[in-house]
Design a protein around this ligand. Structure first.
Ligand code: GDR
Length: 332
């Protein structure tokens, strides 16, 4: 069996590649042209002799057709996207080009070249916006009212997947992922910004950490658990949509308090609010109900929240002690 992973150089992509290899699936991944080639593949460097990468871009349909012709995959995982919610609002046109038109390009190329293949789209909890059901959770039936260009781009592609599934009888699934983190997380997402910022303060490399809205609440899982769920979703006996989440919710402030306390510090002494990190419209509360995936796919997360936090602190501490410095002041 062969899989093609777009976004293989990303956090989930790299864990998914490892998981597919462990399941004896041949792995191909697409990478984009990048001016800094030295760091582009750092999350998959350890896999280079086990996977094959191809240059392609979701916004360039001819490159997708070429890679599908060359690889003829059985499974396609679309993880490629402009994945930062705030930057999505700063580059709205590109956000829709890559996250919506890109998905359309991939589905159309798949329809003509490998119509029997299966595809998983990385949909997002950002599609819900500020909706929740009565018990406070978001599940597959919760209304979707996105509050960001990123959320809108993901909602449009979610509907493209559903439409092509029923109109053209294609095996298209939506993996509705809530926030997921790890020590491979980019440092411009809030969890790893806080972890690397607190560690840098602890090691005397900086004094302050500047953040935006501390009140918003997120449902944070480990990305490895999300990658494992994606394989279960695509191998299910029918194409369907599943929420993948921990079911726990915590505020950014609680996360800050925990990380600084674990490092023997008080976040109040170091964290300052800079309104430049505020979102134009905030999504305030996420708590995913993944009981459908747990029941139908027998999926359960392997990592607890504290496993995730310990891994993020320990691996980032090692990196910083080995001289890798990160200027958290400059990040979004
Ligand atoms: P999110 O993740 O937007 O939920 O999208 P992010 O970690 O960027 O933000 C989470 C919350 O933290 C608040 N926040 C800050 N965020 C960032 N990035 N930087 C800051 O300095 C900061 N201060 C406070 C934000 O306002 C927000 O409320 C992630 C991405 O991985 C998406 O691709 C994915 O689809 C969703 O999760 C599910």
């Amino acid at each position: 069996m062969k899989a093609l992973v777009t976004g293989i150089t990303g956090q989930i992509g790299s864990y998914l590649a490892e998981h597919l290899i462990d399941n004896d699936i041949e792995v191909h991944g697409t990478i984009r042209r990048h001016s800094v080639v030295e760091t582009q593949n750092h999350r998959i460097d350890h896999l280079q002799d086990k996977i094959k990468t191809h240059y392609a871009d979701l916004t360039d349909v001819s490159s997708l057709e070429k890679v599908l012709e060359e690889t003829k995959p059985d499974l396609i995982f679309n993880l490629g996207a402009l994945s930062h919610v705030k930057i999505g609002g700063e580059q709205p046109n590109y956000c829709l080009q890559s996250n919506t038109i890109g998905v359309l390009n991939l589905i159309e190329a798949m329809k003509s070249i490998v119509p029997k293949a299966r595809m998983s789209q990385s949909s997002s909890s950002e599609m819900f916006g500020n909706s929740k059901v009565e018990n406070g959770y978001q599940n597959e039936d919760t209304p979707m009212n996105p509050v960001s260009v990123y959320g809108i781009s993901k909602l449009a592609s979610y509907h493209l997947m559903k439409h092509y599934r029923s109109a053209h009888n294609m095996f298209l699934c939506n993996s509705i992922c809530f926030n997921n983190e790890s020590s491979r997380r980019g440092t411009n997402f809030v969890t790893n910004k806080i972890v690397t910022g607190a560690l840098s303060i602890k090691l005397g490399l900086q004094d302050k950490l500047y953040l935006g809205n501390l009140k918003s609440r997120r449902d944070w899982s480990h990305s490895q658990d999300i990658a494992e769920a994606m394989l279960k979703i695509i191998k299910h006996d029918k194409p369907d949509d599943f929420v993948i989440a921990s079911g726990q919710t915590r505020s950014v402030q609680e996360f800050c308090h925990l990380i600084f306390s674990l490092l023997g510090m008080d976040y109040n002494d170091h964290v300052e609010i800079d309104p430049k990190f505020y979102r134009p419209e905030e999504l305030h509360y996420l708590q995913g109900d993944s009981s459908k995936a747990r029941k139908e796919l027998n999926w359960t997360p392997k990592f607890s929240f504290m496993d995730l936090v310990s891994e993020m602190i320990n691996n980032n501490k090692l990196a910083l002690e080995n001289g890798i410095t990160i200027n958290t002041k400059a990040l979004v």
